[in-house]
Design a protein. Structure first.
Length: 72
């Protein structure tokens, strides 16, 4: 299983859907498994969830940074 691929797939789907974003905040493992349609082993699900959180947070930060650059 390619963990990076699964992270990208989950980020793509979650970032486009507000209700999935809210679900992800409440129960990230269940949300990721639901989005991917597979039951992940515990050690893999922790890595995927951590990767998804990092990507989602990074995307928000880069968007905010771009807006700030426009102010100056």
């Amino acid at each position: 299983m390619d963990i990076k691929e699964k992270i990208e797939e989950a980020v793509s789907k979650i970032s486009k859907d507000k209700s999935l974003q809210e679900q992800f905040q409440k129960d990230p493992v269940k949300t990721v498994e639901g989005v991917l349609g597979i039951d992940l082993p515990d050690d893999v699900s922790e890595k995927v969830v951590a990767g998804v959180k990092a990507k989602l947070t990074g995307d928000k930060l880069s968007g905010a940074a771009s807006k700030l650059k426009g102010l100056f």
